[in-house]
Design a protein around this ligand. Structure first.
Ligand code: UTP
Length: 408
């Protein structure tokens, strides 16, 4: 793209300021900026033009879960079925590690956080340890796909290499990079993060499958015979990965998708709840539910909308491939965005100063024909690290890890 073409694309959209420092840039920097402008998706700005609107929800109905009680009874047969699938190479795992972990405030990938106390134990390392449990049980390597962003790719790949993949087989680890999206001010002006660089951030975890396909890894998946992918977050240090009991339960139910869930700690807990929306599985955020829905109970007094998701899903690859071209909703989120101000100075704001655009993996659930809701014990499988202290923090996760016998 030439300078003139860039100006013709930007000016009608009120984004001409992105070329303000063009003349000051080196030849390479000019080329990079024009390339970024060429790829820029200006249609995202429509989402914030007249204020941010949330899409209204359809008709909600409860969706029952396979409860802890049932799982206890059927554990053996579920596990057998799951292990058979894993041994046949049908199950892969996808680690979503492209996020920026802004709440933790680290200047490196979240997975590089040391969760140890007396010894070093990194988040990535603990996740690999969790996956090793099933590798040992099934006696096969489970292919592990790791999504990073442009921003944290090198650090992540180098960290795994430096640590000898924490004992995992390198032949079964595949990295891929997710897409980025621009960030804009509240007035709808896209920010520059350097004079020759548009401010971009990872575009959410919803594009994981299309990014995996774009990286050419669908061929690898087919070559390996993988039919199900267990997608999980980088920060839940206690979660089981490629859990044979979960895999077996989903297969036995004949579902194209499964989601691990925990019973809510109280009706108003701020979690996304797995339920039905217009007859299809869906995850609805706590703030999208009325008080009446939140508090509705069955005859035995149990909450009808009781199961919160923990970002651990199993998806059938064939179904993912079929919905590949379907558009996912884009969410607009307020964030702190470092930028170049009108005086040409770099500013790192202390308060949110604009919007980022994200698609979310939870929206994929509504694209599935069915989804098995699979209950897990909160204290054994849910210790997300979102903050340094307080709720869902390094502090609370360490306590839970110790309770589960992990030596820190
Ligand atoms: P979060 O929503 O907790 O976001 O991600 P985050 O970026 O880690 O943290 P904050 O909100 O900035 O503090 C849930 C999971 O999705 C991944 C994260 O790495 C984490 O595993 N994720 C998130 C991506 O892979 N890409 C993204 O663009 C966003």
């Amino acid at each position: 793209m030439t300078y003139e073409e860039a100006l013709r694309k930007l000016a009608p959209a009120g984004q001409g300021h992105l070329l303000e420092y063009y003349d000051e840039l080196s030849g390479d920097a000019k080329r990079n900026l024009l390339e970024q402008i060429d790829e820029l998706d200006l249609s995202l700005l429509n989402l914030i033009r007249n204020g941010v609107k949330e899409t209204p929800r359809g008709k909600l109905e409860p969706l029952g879960a396979v409860t802890l009680e049932t799982i206890k009874e059927k554990k053996e047969s579920y596990e057998k079925m799951g292990l058979e699938a894993i041994r046949a190479g049908k199950v892969g795992a996808v680690l979503l590690a492209g996020g920026q972990g802004t709440r933790l405030g680290l200047d490196k990938p979240k997975g590089m956080l040391n969760v140890g106390e007396q010894k070093e134990l990194y988040l990535f390392e603990q996740l690999v340890n969790n996956l090793m449990e099933v590798v040992k049980k099934a006696d096969v390597w489970v292919p592990l796909f790791i999504m990073t962003s442009e921003k944290n790719k090198n650090d992540t790949v180098n960290f795994f290499a430096r640590n000898d993949f924490f004992g995992y087989s390198r032949d079964y680890v595949f990295f891929f990079v997710q897409e980025m999206a621009p960030a804009a001010s509240y007035k709808g002006k896209i920010y520059l993060e350097e004079k020759g660089r548009i401010a971009t951030s990872p575009n959410g975890n919803g594009g994981w499958f299309s990014s995996l396909v774009r990286a050419g890894l669908l061929d690898k998946i087919k070559e390996l015979g993988v039919e199900y992918l267990n997608v999980f977050a980088v920060d839940n240090v206690l979660q089981k990965i490629a859990d044979p009991v979960f895999v077996g339960a989903t297969l036995e139910a004949g579902c194209v998708c499964g989601s691990k869930v925990v019973a809510k700690a109280d009706p108003n807990e701020r979690v996304g709840v797995l339920c039905l929306e217009d007859g299809r599985p869906s995850i609805v955020e706590y703030y999208e539910m009325t008080d009446e829905i939140i508090n509705s109970r069955d005859e035995d007094g149990r909450l009808l909308y009781n199961y919160g998701v923990i970002l651990n899903y199993l998806f059938e690859v064939n179904t993912l491939t079929r919905i590949l071209d379907e558009k996912m909703p884009t969410h607009v989120v307020e964030k702190k965005i470092p930028y170049i101000n009108e005086e040409g100075e770099f500013v790192k704001p202390d308060e949110p100063n604009g919007y980022k655009f994200e698609t979310l993996v939870l929206d994929m659930i509504h694209m599935m024909d069915n989804c098995l809701s699979f209950e897990v014990e909160r204290d054994r499988e849910f210790a997300p690290i979102k903050n340094m202290t307080g709720v869902d923090s390094l502090e609370s996760a360490r306590e839970l890890m110790k309770k589960n016998g992990i030596v820190l």
